[in-house]
Design a protein around this ligand. Sequence first.
Ligand code: AQP
Length: 333
Amino acid sequence: MEAKKIIYSGIQPSGVITLGNYVGAISNWLELQKSEDTQCIYSIVDMHSLTVRQDPAELRKRTLSFFAQYLACGLDPDKNIMYIQSHVSEHAELCWILNCFTYVGEASRMTQFKEKSAKHADNVNMGLMDYPILMAADILLYNTSLVPIGIDQKQHLEMARDIAARFNNIYGDVFTVPEGYIPTTGAKVMSLQDPTSKMSKSDPDENATIMLIDDNDAIRRKIKRAVTDSDSRVYLSDEKPGIKNLLTIYASCNGISLEDAEKACTDMNYGTFKTAVADSVVNVLEPIRNRYLDIVGDKEYIMKVAREGAERAKSIAFRTMRKVYKKVGFVER
Ligand code: AQP
């Protein structure tokens, strides 16, 4: 029997899960879990979120809330391995090993490192630079073939591939070199208030992002306030980033191409168009929010799923680490 193809992805518990995370990542996770030939591993990558200062009580609460949102989206714990990253200590162990096979020059060239260093100038910690190496460890621990991500993570995935290839060159075929899986539509959902920058989990302007668990009124209000332009016609153009973003959201929520979204909406005025976009988002998010409200209070259930997921993840991760430690010359434990 052929081994199942491993899919790995995660979201860090900072800020709030956004429509961008859903469209760029989670909606693909839902598709990928359907195949009998895949083993999907989905994590809440809490260790990554420490690269920015967190309130401990808030972080704990948010991690469980994110886990409940994974379940509410329809990620199936019987089918997938779902766990919290810090519960599997091999992530930190492999990160250390990979650090020793990564050059400071390549890590410091990463766009996210430069952007986050500028944004958090008072706390440019080593973790911020180490973020993509920990991400490489997350992926390589499980012999992952495919990593579903938004386009913002493409550079980090390239780095994970470089590190894997470098290690394999020295020690033989230890790691699977992973491929990225980036959606054709919705790889980068933009901020509703500044459609030239990414919709981001920690944006302090609450009108800029749609939260996965926003209620219908909030969704409608935010889309109504979305920045567009002084034109009045709906069509695709790089000169119209606000409209392009709303068309992207409409296309993703209706499961159609950007071009078909343009065809469907081109006769609408901006008011009607925004209502149509809001209806599409509400259709997708309302059932998720309702399921979330059912699950989030049941901490026992969430923890049971997280514990079982961590055990399954650990059994794979432990085998990888045994192999890696042997290859680099550590005495067997
Ligand atoms: N706007 C987006 N459009 C499409 N995909 C997106 N992703 C994120 N934002 C968008 C994808 O979601 C996955 C998880 O992302 P993450 O947890 O690594 O962090 P983030 O959301 O990219 O982080 P932010 O927004 O930069 O968070 P803060 O503001 O807290 O630092 C990834 O696959 C990502 O590509």
